[in-house]
Structure formats: structure tokens, C-alpha cells
Design a protein around this ligand. Structure first.
Ligand code: F6P
Length: 368
């Protein structure tokens, strides 16, 4: 299949849970694509908008402003219809009607699976050329060290925990702070280390409710003893740990009722607060580099790939190629990305095993 050529229509689409930095990726993709002579357009509301033919032009000045903001200017969605035969047929009709030659999808695992499903969609110039850009606060995608949005979400959690730590220390309290991350503990663990948490509960370690309560109680008893003089216990709990945070609080309170009768426990669920807000400088730059790598790949004749960010020399997959334009950007076939992501989430990949090992090693160190 040939490269995307000047004059070709390239559509940008954001999909799934939004992530801070998506607008910065749109801006960079639109600018790089425009510089290469492509007719760059946007699809509203992810695959829902694609099925409904909501394709529109992009204004660079509006994107300049939007790139400083969270959310996504194009809108996003999680469509149940798009993966069905009817949804696929509708999307393919629009691709032909709108004369799209290329599609850049910015999103997480489900969104990239959607991109892959369209790679054989017919266009006036062969099949559709698709490329993916990883964006998800969960950091649960393989073949990239970080996805867009993770850094901002981490900063948001750390800022919230700093505030909570102030009031927790004032009252000698224990706080359970629940953070997003779906089935992945990365965000909880990295934020916990940065925030100075005393314990981080992640799904990768897979403890029972009793074991978690025992762990937290042990930390509390130790923390509030006179020689230790800790004034608070901060527990970050990933949402993927399937224990209700309020049930956990009750279990903890019951267990310490005799030993620590004057120590209260409180719960804060940060929820969607973690997904919004001004993207960090790191996320804006990451978004720009990934978008640059993805659009350049299409111009170079590479397609069905995701642009990932890694250190030089660390190729995540045998099928990965290095971007010709950035030593930190690699291009991995979507098939390999989705396969490796599955292995990451099943706990089978090297990265998953490393994360599990390091999470277990960090646990007792945080408690000190
Ligand atoms: O995948 C991003 C994410 O924010 C997860 O952390 C969370 O589990 C999920 O999306 C929430 O999705 P929704 O906004 O559809 O409730």
C-alpha cells in the first residue's frame, strides 16, 4: 500500500475515556499533516461520529488554544454499535463518502482495536491507512512507556494527596484515597510513591480483603506509636482492587477499635477528577511527539501502527520499527500492540511481571 500523499484526506478521531493532552495531540497532528500537504479533518465524538458522518474541518487557531486544555475538542465516546457488523458498515460508507484516505485514532486499548478493524476499509486509493496514538490515564497499553494523560493524572492525584495529607496529619487520621486506573495499578503506585503514601493497594498483587485490612492495620499500629510519631496514614487504593473503599474503612475501624480507639479513618474517591484538568508540559510534549511520529509514519508509507514513546534502543517488540524522525518514537503494528496489551493485562508480559515484582518490593519500603 502506498504512502499518504499531499492532497489526501486525513481524519483525526479521539475515542474512549478522554485524557489530558488529547487536544495537544490533535493540534500537532493537524499541523504536521497540514505541513505535509494533507487535507486534515476531524471526526466528532469518536466512532459514534464516524458512523454518523460527522466529519468537519479543523481550525488551527482553535486547536492552539485547546491544546492548553484537558478533554478533547472533538469529543469522545465509547460506542457499543461500532464493533457490530452494522456499525462497521456505516463507518465504511462514511469513509468512502468523505473520501478519507487516512485515519489517526487517539485513545486507549478499545479505540486502537477499533482502528485495527478499519484497516481493510476500502477507499478511492486502496485501503484506509490507519495509525494509533496511545492516550489513556490508566497506562495499560503496551509498546509505549507512557500514554498521553498519565503524567497529568499522576500530578492531579499527588496534588490531591498533598491536600489530604495536611488534614490527615492535623487529626492523626488514616485516609483511603481511591484513584482511577481501571484494572491497572500503575497510576496508583506511581502517584503513591510521589505522594509519600504509606501503602498502595494495586490489583496486580491481588490480596484478599482480609489481607488488605491486616496490612493497613499493621501499618497503622506501627505508625501511631510514640517512637514512630507518624501523624497520618495515607493509603492509595487503585479502583481495580475489587474491595469497596467504604467496606475497607469499616473493616479497618473494626480491627483497630481496641488498639487505636481515637484514630478515625476517612475515604476519598477521586473518580473523574483525575481525568480532567490542564495537561502537564510533559503530556503536551509527549502528545506532540507521538502525533508527529504517527503522521510522519503515514507519509512514509507505514500504516496499521501505533506510535509509542520509549528510551533509545529499547524496542518493545520484534516487529517494532524506529521512527525515522525521532529516536524516542517507535512504531509497532496494531496487532502486536493489542496482543502485547492483552499479555500486560493478563500479567504475562515482561513489563507486567516487572511491575508485579517491583510493586511487591516497594510495599514494605513505603510502610517504613
Ligand atoms: O480508561 C480511563 C478510565 O478513566 C478508567 O480509569 C476508568 O475505569 C474508566 O475510564 C471510567 O470510564 P467512564 O468515564 O466511562 O465511567
Amino acid at each position: 500500500m502506498s504512502a499518504l500523499l499531499p492532497g489526501d484526506r486525513l481524519a483525526l478521531l479521539t475515542s474512549g475515556g478522554d485524557a489530558p493532552g488529547m487536544n495537544a495531540a490533535l493540534r500537532a497532528a493537524a499541523k504536521v499533516g497540514g505541513a505535509m500537504g494533507f487535507d486534515v479533518v476531524g471526526v466528532e465524538d469518536g466512532y459514534v461520529g464516524l458512523m454518523e458522518g460527522r466529519v468537519r474541518s479543523l481550525d488551527l487557531r482553535t486547536l492552539d488554544e485547546a491544546s492548553r486544555r484537558g478533554g478533547t475538542l472533538l469529543g469522545s465516546a465509547r460506542s457499543k454499535v461500532f464493533p457490530t457488523a452494522e456499525g462497521q458498515a456505516r463507518a465504511r460508507e462514511v469513509i468512502v463518502r468523505e473520501n478519507l484516505a487516512g485515519l489517526v485514532v487517539i485513545g486507549g486499548n478499545g479505540s486502537l482495536a477499533g482502528a485495527r478493524s478499519l484497516r481493510d476499509a476500502p477507499t478511492a486509493r486502496g485501503t484506509l491507512r490507519v495509525a494509533g496514538i496511545p492516550a489513556s490515564i490508566d497506562n495499560d497499553l503496551a509498546c509505549t512507556t507512557m500514554a498521553i494523560g498519565v503524567d497529568t493524572a499522576m500530578n492531579t492525584i499527588v496534588e490531591a494527596c498533598d491536600r489530604i495529607a495536611d488534614t490527615a496529619s492535623a487529626h492523626r487520621r488514616t485516609f483511603v484515597v481511591e484513584v482511577m486506573g481501571r484494572d491497572c495499578g500503575y497510576l496508583a503506585m506511581t502517584s503513591g510513591v510521589a505522594a509519600g503514601a504509606d501503602a498502595v493497594l494495586v490489583p496486580e498483587i491481588g490480596k484478599s480483603e482480609e489481607a488488605v485490612i491486616e496490612q493497613v492495620v499493621g501499618i497503622m499500629v506501627n505508625a501511631y506509636q510514640r517512637f514512630n510519631a507518624k501523624r497520618r496514614v495515607l493509603v492509595i487504593k487503585a479502583e481495580g482492587v475489587k474491595i469497596d473503599s467504604n467496606a475497607l474503612k469499616e473493616g479497618i475501624e473494626r480491627a483497630v477499635a481496641t488498639q487505636l480507639p481515637d484514630v478515625d479513618t476517612r475515604v476519598t474517591v477521586l473518580g473523574h477528577v483525575v481525568r480532567g484538568g490542564t495537561p502537564s508540559a510533559f503530556d503536551r510534549l509527549l502528545a506532540a511527539r507521538l502525533a508527529h511520529g504517527a503522521v510522519r509514519a503515514l507519509a512514509d508509507g507505514l500504516h496499521d501502527v501505533m506510535a509509542g514513546w520509549i528510551g533509545p534502543g529499547a524496542m518493545p517488540n520484534a516487529h517494532t520499527t524506529l521512527s525515522a524522525h525521532d529516536p524516542y518514537i517507535v512504531l509497532t503494528p496494531l496487532d502486536a500492540v493489542l496482543r502485547e496489551t492483552q499479555r500486560l493485562m493478563n500479567g504475562e508480559s515482561e513489563v507486567a511481571q516487572w511491575r508485579r515484582r517491583i510493586f511487591s518490593e516497594i510495599e514494605p519500603i513505603l510502610a517504613r
